[in-house]
Design a protein around this ligand. Sequence first.
Ligand code: SF4
Ligand code: ZN
Length: 68
Amino acid sequence: MKDKENEKYCGNCSYHNAYEYPSKVFCTYRLVKGLNPVVSTLWRCENWTPAMDKCFCIEDAKKQSRST
Ligand code: SF4
Ligand SMILES: [Zn+2]
């Protein structure tokens, strides 16, 4: 079964924080690693970890990318 919960994006990773909503997020994991912490909401890296809190980053980023 494929549903939204199985999608892995920065926008539903536990390390993401609001940045340039909704297209970009601020990643605290990358910050700690000394990498550029600003990443695309619909990107992800190998350190993806499921977020505990629900948010609308992915939904809104997808809406935005469809409308532009
Ligand atoms: S860059 Fe990796 S660790 Fe950071 S928010 Fe995206 S998936 Fe999570
Ligand atoms: Zn979010």
